[in-house]
Design a protein around this ligand. Structure first.
Ligand SMILES: C[S@@+](CC[C@H](N)C(=O)[O-])C[C@H]1O[C@@H](n2cnc3c(N)ncnc32)[C@H](O)[C@@H]1O
Length: 291
């Protein structure tokens, strides 16, 4: 199921390693997903009898968990009949170079719809944006494409409504979490990666999309190498039972330096290390057990 799930940005977790992830998470009843992103990992890890506690600073992650994974079961909700409204996209530049009618339709969905509609709007906006980057409107796209893509998302994402298990999402920084949230949990961490320049793609690239679906200017905390060194010890020193931490070569800091720092910090030596070649880089995962 998870391999078909996409709302436009997928995070770095590879579909091929999902069986390995299942082995590491086992039959635990509590998983903490520190950085939810698109929710792809959450969708994969959802099970009857399992609680998934998640965090992310993006509005889209909240809409995905609260409006889709936790949505009440059938009856299936119909898509909105599009109208137009003045709102965040119409009164700002929305996505850069966005036509007025598309901005009005986006504001209509964001205001008149529920969180599920906002997920579908996000999906449609990503696909209407230049090169799918979510920042500037694609030159060949029109309000007709926006409506078609919104309706398509509305139909295909129904499969991820009302997933089994219990979901508890926190919109905000995982570094502000009460440490007790990690008790008895498998902690799953997939951080933003700094590969070009000195910051991640999420905080710079997804501000406009998140602001349109939230109908208010959104600020996303910038993630840099300094952020990593400053904040990540809060997670790897947290009182989890097991942590599965993903990283990748060619990102700053490099995995070797992260590994050394964790050991210096007194984090137990990983019981398992996964590594997978991927587009010229190597994805790495460390599995750390407290007991
Ligand atoms: C690599 S993505 C995670 C992708 C995820 N594995 C998926 O399935 O889509 C990293 C995420 O970290 C989030 N993030 C950045 N800083 C954060 C923080 N302080 N607390 C929680 N989430 C944060 C970003 O918004 C982004 O969604």
């Amino acid at each position: 199921m998870a391999s078909d799930y996409s709302i436009g940005f997928t995070g770095s977790t590879l579909d091929e390693i999902m069986p390995w992830i299942d082995d590491q998470v086992g039959d635990t009843s509590k998983v903490v997903v520190a950085m939810a992103g698109s929710g792809k990992d959450i969708a994969h890890l959802a099970r009857y009898g399992r609680t998934i506690v998640s965090f992310d600073t993006q509005e889209i992650s909240r809409c995905v968990v609260d409006g889709m994974f936790r949505a009440a079961p059938a009856p299936k909700s119909p898509p909105l009949t599009l109208g137009t409204l003045e709102g965040y996209a119409t009164s700002t530049e929305g996505l850069g170079d966005m036509p007025a009618d598309a901005a009005g339709a986006a504001d209509y969905i964001a205001v008149a719809g529920d969180d599920y509609d906002r997920v579908c709007l996000f999906y449609a906006l990503v696909r209407c944006s230049l090169m799918g980057r979510g920042q500037v409107w694609g030159r060949d796209k029109t309000v007709v494409d926006l409506e078609r893509l919104y309706r398509r998302a509305h139909e295909r994402l129904q499969a991820w409504r009302s997933l089994p298990g219990t979901f508890e999402h926190h919109k905000g920084s995982v570094f502000d979490a009460d440490p007790s949230v990690f008790d008895d949990a498998v902690l799953f961490v997939d951080t933003p990666k700094v590969v070009q320049g000195n910051r991640d793609i999420y905080s710079s690239g997804y501000v406009r999309l998140n602001s349109i679906i939230a109908q208010a200017p959104v600020e996303l905390p910038r993630w840099s190498e300094d952020t990593f060194w400053r904040d990540m010890p809060h997670l790897w020193n947290a009182p989890y039972d097991r942590m599965v931490l993903f990283h990748v070569t060619g990102a700053r800091p490099e995995p070797r330096a992260v590994f050394d720092r964790m050991l210096e910090d007194g984090v137990p030596r990983p019981s398992t290390i996964g590594s997978w070649k991927h587009k010229g880089r190597t994805d790495v995962a460390w599995v750390v057990d407290r007991s």
